[in-house]
Ligand binder design. Structure first.
Ligand code: FAD
Length: 471
């Protein structure tokens, strides 16, 4: 079979480049397989070659060469995304950011990191300065800061700082465009929304500047609660208490702890739900007082008293809840559900009552414009794609927002809409439509009606606006 990218690869041969089959298969994957729907559709997709540039100059060289050769480019951070975000639908070049890792601390309260820097490494660099990351995904030990900005949304720390995109969390993004002569842009303020959570479809982030927080010696706390609705109220009350310094507040329904958390199951107890918290030492007495006032909450584990045998609590929360369940029961998958406000607790109760066997509730506390909120990452006992669709449609009819983790486009995973500035920026920064093609649905099918899943078709030629946009 002829190698359509042979001349391009030869021109980049002085860089760290591989087209070895096993490397390509491994590097082209993320955690898309948490979704049986995506697993079926994306398992076969691989890049044609992977390049790991050593600096911004080499990244620009790769982009210029791929632009000239009409070769698609998908950026890879650590590949911990959940929706097949890095999977190259049209093959081509996988741009591996693992060498772009410089970290510097220019002033208290801010950190500058190469896009490929791993979040835990950044936290370790901040520690001697008495600082830490405000926010991180529960994959902190693997995920890169560029991947978090381009593919993530929030996580540990969102109880205090809101979501990653909220004003003040990201201070500056340095981005390379996909043009004959790639331009370097330093984006600040509202302009950053052009590339935040755009899956690398309209620019390559090379450097990120983040606001940081004062470091804290967090205490992990797991609380056993007999009734899940009460557990959710406790989690919400902790988030809503402005004077408490916390980093995490999760509510996880029975039987999840006893079925899927072997190192915590005995402590939480049979049939009980769990509240998971990260609490600053000085806030612990106030949290205990809050438990006394609300009643029905028994501290089952606290890391300052019971050691670290279960591992960090954040690795039971956010999407690590799903990961732990999948390790035990491969038929489990998950949903991402917004319950709206007000009426959050009533709608959560209604969903549990409507799907008692299929949905196992899991909530994460976060802050939105100062308001304590609970978002759903419930586990789902998967049967068929049709049933999954029925459940999502019913949830929407019940007034819930569904942000499907069983879709690979930005729009379908984000409530069926693209921030208009992201399309406008793509027209400017990637006029040929070569960056991660197929992931920005609006680029290909501006009039898509969302009644069925967008099917770009692996390695198919782009259609619609993307084709028209080629120069
Ligand atoms: P990748 O998976 O490599 O990339 C993600 C997307 O960003 C891709 O579209 C990629 O092309 C693009 N991209 C990567 N680097 C760049 C760059 N330099 N320039 C432009 N585009 C780029 N996410 C959360 O938000 N919160 C969580 O709490 C959370 N928990 C998780 C738990 C588990 C168990 C798993 C499997 C995933 C979880 N995630 C979570 C998803 C994911 O781990 C995070 O979003 C993570 O930050 C992604 O980083 P990464 O380096 O692995 O990115």
């Amino acid at each position: 079979m002829s190698d359509r990218h042979a001349p391009l690869k030869a021109s980049l041969a002085h860089l760290e480049l591989s087209d070895e089959r096993r490397t390509l298969k491994t590097k082209s994957r993320d955690f898309f397989w948490y979704s049986p729907v995506l697993k079926r559709r994306m398992d076969h997709l691989v890049a044609d070659f992977v390049v790991a540039p050593r600096d911004e100059h080499e990244i620009a060289e790769v982009l210029a060469a791929c632009h000239a050769a009409d070769c698609p480019v998908s950026v890879r951070g650590a590949g911990t995304g959940n929706y097949g975000q890095i999977i190259p639908l049209e093959g081509g070049c996988l741009l591996d950011m693992r060498h772009i890792t410089a970290v510097s601390i220019p002033a208290p309260g801010r950190v500058v990191a190469g896009a490929g820097a791993v979040l835990r490494t950044i936290d370790r660099a901040l520690a001697p300065h008495g600082q830490e990351l405000r926010l991180y995904p529960s994959t902190r030990s693997l995920a890169t800061v560029g991947g978090f900005v381009a593919g993530g949304s929030g996580g540990v720390g969102s109880v205090r700082w809101g979501m990653l995109r909220d004003p003040g969390n990201i201070l500056r993004l340095r981005v390379l465009t996909m043009e004959a002569r790639p331009r370097t842009l330093d984006l600040t303020g509202e302009a950053m929304h052009q590339v935040i959570h755009a899956y690398g479809t309209n620019g390559v982030i090379t450097e990120v500047e983040l606001a940081t927080a004062s470091a804290c010696n967090w205490i992990d706390v797991a609380v056993s609660v007999a009734d899940f609705a009460h557990a959710a109220r406790i989690a919400e009350e902790v988030v809503a208490s402005d004077g408490l310094w916390i980093k995490l507040a999760s509510a996880i329904a029975a039987p999840i702890p006893e079925a899927f958390f072997p190192k915590l199951a005995a402590r939480i107890g049979k049939g009980n739900s769990m509240v998971g918290l990260m609490v600053a030492p000085q806030s612990m007495p106030a949290v205990e007082a809050l438990f006394d006032r609300l009643g029905g909450a028994a501290i089952a584990f606290r890391s300052d008293r019971d050691g670290d045998e279960p591992g960090p609590l954040h690795a039971y929360c956010w999407n690590h809840t799903t990961q732990r369940a999948l390790l035990v029961d491969p038929k489990i998958t998950y949903l991402q559900v917004g319950f709206g406000w007000p009426g959050n607790h009533e709608r959560i109760a209604a969903v549990r009552a409507r799907f008692p066997d299929e949905i196992l509730m899991h909530l994460e506390g976060f802050r939105r414009r100062g308001q304590a909120m609970l978002a759903g990452l419930p586990l789902l006992r998967f049967t068929t794609e049709e049933r999954l669709e029925e459940i999502c449609a019913e949830l929407q009819m019940m007034g819930c927002g569904v942000y499907s983790p069983h879709r690979f486009t930005i729009e379908e995973g984000g409530g069926n809409a693209l921030p208009p500035e992201q399309l406008a920026f793509k027209l400017e920064a990637d006029p040929k439509g070569l960056l991660n093609p197929g992931k920005m649905l609006t680029w290909h099918e501006p009039d898509w009606t969302y009644q069925r899943m967008f099917d770009h078709g692996g390695r198919a030629a782009p259609t619609g606006r993307g084709a028209a946009g080629r120069d």
